[in-house]
Ligand binder design. Structure first.
Ligand SMILES: Cc1cc2nc3c(=O)[nH]c(=O)nc-3n(C[C@H](O)[C@H](O)[C@H](O)COP(=O)(O)O)c2cc1C
Length: 245
């Protein structure tokens, strides 16, 4: 059983590649929306958590989902963070969340994928994205191999894990989001928002919750680039994994 969260498709693409035949793929945002937190892992299966790393930590939906999770028969538990950089440190915080639910974390991996954080960075060019995505298969095959063999390693829980979560919580505010006149009233931003932070009013998106995951799905997946985040994103290209295009 694999639990995943995604904003722009990278983690979904990774989770699909990690699936072993017959395994279930569960969208943590959808399950949370439906109030589904009870799951039983079929005998002999593994339990995976696949998510994007935000501010070297774990996003709001993943955190809230795990805080409510009642998982039976978890067996071997692993995490796979997708990220734009080269160093992942979110596993310590994830381990703490799982521990609070009585669950172990046997191993944690990460996959480098195109960076979707266009509010802070210029995203990689199309050519660079294609090169990075080409390398993903190899990375995932190696991880799959480790998961199949149920390898484990010590995952330290450090003070910085809590600090990084606090930094994330300083960031994930919706106030800077705005919609421009380019909006075509398609409603996709509301439909795609995993945090349920957007409502369409008079045909246009309104951010009705002060916080969200900051997954940037609304900005990156808008078909006409009508969403901006303050002035930082103006003129920047957008990123969506091919799996969601
Ligand atoms: C708000 C935000 C913060 C991010 N922080 C980090 C980070 O600390 N380190 C990193 O390597 N990538 C970071 N990223 C990049 C994403 O983790 C990466 O692009 C991820 O694969 C996106 O996954 P998704 O397409 O499933 O949403 C951040 C992205 C966003 C939107």
């Amino acid at each position: 059983m694999i639990f995943y969260f995604t904003g722009t498709g990278n983690s979904l693409a990774a989770a699909r590649k990690l699936l072993v035949k017959g395994e279930q793929l569960i969208d943590m945002a959808e399950a949370r929306r439906k109030g589904q937190f009870r799951f039983t892992v079929p005998k002999g299966e593994r339990t995976g958590f696949v998510y994007p790393e935000y501010c070297s930590s774990v996003g709001a939906t993943v955190r809230d989902f795990i805080e409510h999770l009642e998982l039976e028969n978890a067996g071997y538990v692993y995490a796979v963070a997708t990220l734009g950089g080269k160093h992942s440190i979110s596993a310590g915080f994830l381990k703490k969340l799982l521990k609070q639910r009585g669950l172990p974390l046997h191993n944690a991996f990460y996959v480098r994928m195109p960076d979707n954080c266009i509010i802070y960075l210029v995203p990689p060019s199309e050519k660079e994205c294609a090169e990075i995505l080409d390398s993903v298969n190899g990375q995932i095959l190696k991880i799959r191999e480790e998961i199949v063999h149920r390898t484990s390693r010590a995952i330290p829980m450090r003070l910085r894990d809590q600090m990084m979560q606090k930094c994330y919580l300083l960031m994930n505010r919706t106030k800077p989001f705005r919609v421009t006149d380019a909006c075509i009233h398609c409603g996709k931003c509301e439909k795609n928002c995993p945090s349920q932070a957007i409502r369409t009013e008079n045909g246009k998106p309104v951010w009705v919750s002060p916080r969200c995951d900051l997954c940037l799905g609304c900005i990156n997946r808008c078909p006409v680039q009508a969403i901006e985040y303050g002035s930082k994103t103006v003129g920047r290209s957008r990123y969506v994994n091919p799996i969601l295009r």
